[in-house]
Design a binder for this molecule. Structure first.
Ligand SMILES: Nc1ncnc2c1ncn2[C@@H]1O[C@H](COP(=O)(O)OP(=O)(O)OP(=O)(O)O)[C@@H](O)[C@H]1O
Length: 387
C-alpha cells in the first residue's frame, strides 16, 4: 500500500483515544498529516492540561507510524489548539519518546502580585543563550541581519549556531551557500550543517523549497522543536534564531515555545516599518522575552563609486523609536549593494569582507547584543542581596 495521508490515518485508528474511548482519528484529534521524504509529521490535539498525562498516547501513535512500510521516520507532537474565544492556553507541549529523560514540557511560573512572571522554559543543554532575530514585517532584511550577526558574534570569539525558524521561507541554505541534506545519527538526532564555522539548521535542508509553505501551524511547531532539540548543536555560546517575519499567532507561539534569552528587532527607517517594529516589540513583551534592542537596517545609502553617504529613508527613525520605548539601539546598517550581492552569493559580508566597513558595523552590533545578553542573564540569575 502506498504511503499517503489515508494509509497513515488508517494505521492511526489503532491508537486508542484518552480514557480508552474510541480511536484518535475518529475522535478528530489528529490535526493533519504531512509526509515528506518518507518522513511523517503529524500532531494530536489534546486539552492543554492533559498533555503530560497523554504522552503515552503520543508515543503509541509515533510507534504505529514508524512501523508502517516505507516510513523512514515519524514525528508526532501533542498540541493544544486554542479555541476561538477562550483564554490563551499554555504553550503546546512537545515531548519526545526517545529515551532521554529530560522533560520538554513548558509551564508558566505563577508570579507573586507585582512581580513579572517569567515563563519557566526548559533550556537546550549545551547552549548558553538563544537570541531571536525578528521583524514586524517581511523584507526588512531580518535574515541578512541574522546571518551576519551570527557570524559577527563568532568573529568576536563566540561559538555560534544559527537556526532558521522562518519555516515558511527558509533562507539560510542560500545565505550560507549550503546544499545537501544533513545526516542523522541513529535515524534521529540531526547533525547540523556547517559553513564558515557556523553550525546551521534550516527546514530548507530537510524539505524542498516551497514544500514548507503549505504546512499548517502544528506541523511548523513540530519541525521547529525538532530543529531546536533534536539537533546535535554541541556546545554553543549562542544560538541565533531567524524568526519568521510578522507578529501573528504563529510568531507568538514560536516566541513562546523557544526558550529565548532575548530578541533583536530589525526595522527599516520608514515609518511603516517602525509601526511594525513596535508590534514586534510588544509581541515579545507579551511573552516576557526581553528585547535586547533594535537594529536599523537599510539605514542610509553608501554610493559604491564615491563612498558618499545619503540618508535616503530619513534615517534615524529606529533610534528615536528605540529610545521612546526604552529598548537599546544596537546600530544602523547601511543599504549597500555589496551586502545584497554577498547574500545572494552565499558569502555573507562579514566573512566575505571581514575588514570592510559593513563587517565592522555588524561586529559592533554583535558586541552590543552580547553585552545586553549578559545584562539580562545576570538579571535572571538568582542573586543574593545583603541590605
Ligand atoms: N543592508 C542591506 N543592504 C542591501 N541589501 C540588503 C540589506 N539588507 C537586506 N538586503 C536585501 O534585502 C532583501 C531582503 O532581505 P532579507 O531576505 O534578509 O529580508 P527578510 O526580512 O528576512 O525577508 P523575509 O521577510 O522575506 O524573510 C534581500 O535581497 C537582501 O539581500
Amino acid at each position: 500500500m502506498a504511503l499517503d495521508k489515508n494509509t497513515v490515518l488508517e494505521a492511526l485508528k489503532t491508537v486508542r483515544g484518552p480514557d480508552l474511548d474510541g480511536n484518535i482519528v475518529d475522535l478528530g484529534m489528529v490535526s493533519d498529516v504531512f509526509i515528506s521524504d518518507a518522513k511523517v509529521y503529524l500532531s494530536i490535539n489534546v486539552p492543554a492540561e492533559r498533555a503530560r498525562e497523554l504522552e503515552p498516547m503520543r508515543q503509541a501513535a509515533e510507534r504505529v507510524v514508524k512501523a508502517m512500510a516505507g516510513v523512514k521516520g515519524a514525528l508526532v507532537s501533542l498540541t493544544a489548539e486554542r479555541k476561538a474565544g477562550s483564554a490563551p492556553p499554555p504553550p503546546p507541549q512537545h515531548t519526545h519518546s526517545h529515551g532521554h529523560d529530560h522533560s520538554h514540557g513548558h509551564s508558566h511560573a505563577t508570579a507573586a502580585p507585582g512581580q513579572p512572571a517569567r515563563p519557566a522554559k526548559a533550556g537546550i543543554p549545551g547552549i548558553g543563550a538563544i537570541i531571536a532575530v525578528a521583524s514586524g514585517k517581511g523584507g526588512v532584511g531580518k535574515s541578512t541581519t541574522a546571518v551576519n550577526l551570527a557570524l559577527a558574534l563568532q568573529a568576536n570569539g563566540l561559538k555560534v549556531g544559527i537556526l532558521d525558524a522562518d519555516v515558511y521561507g527558509p533562507s539560510m541554505p542560500r545565505l550560507l551557500g549550503i546544499t545537501g541534506r544533513p545526516q542523522q545519527i541513529d535515524g534521529r538526532i540531526i547533525v547540523p550543517m556547517e559553513n564558515y564555522g557556523l553550525k546551521a539548521m534550516s527546514i530548507g535542508f530537510l524539505v524542498d523549497e516551497g514544500t514548507a509553505m503549505i504546512w499548517r501551524g502544528p506541523m511548523v511547531q513540530s519541525a521547529l522543536m525538532q530543529m531546536l532539540r533534536e539537533v546535535a548543536w554541541g556546545e554553543l555560546d549562542v544560538l541565533v534564531v531567524d524568526m519568521p517575519p510578522g507578529t501573528g499567532d504563529a510568531q507568538l507561539t514560536m516566541a513562546q515555545q523557544v526558550p529565548l534569552t532575548g530578541a533583536v528587532i530589525v526595522s527599516t527607517p520608514q515609518d511603516l516599518a517602525l509601526i511594525d517594529a513596535r508590534k514586534g516589540i510588544s509581541m515579545f513583551n507579551k511573552v516576557e522575552v526581553p528585547v535586547l534592542g533594535v537594529v536599523e537596517n537599510m539605514s542610509y545609502f553608501i554610493a559604491p563609486d564615491t563612498g558618499a553617504r545619503y540618508d535616503i529613508f530619513g534615517h534615524g527613525g529606529a533610534r528615536a523609536e528605540a529610545e521612546a520605548i526604552g529598548a537599546p539601539f544596537l546600530g544602523e546598517v547601511p543599504l549597500t549593494i555589496s551586502i545584497r550581492e554577498h547574500s545572494d552569493a552565499g558569502t555573507p559580508i562579514v566573512v566575505a569582507e571581514p575588514d570592510g566597513p559593513q563587517a565592522k558595523v555588524y561586529r559592533e552590533i554583535a558586541t552590543r547584543v552580547w553585552s545586553e545578553v549578559g545584562r539580562h542573564s545576570a538579571r535572571q540569575a538568582p542573586t543574593i542581596t545583603f541590605e
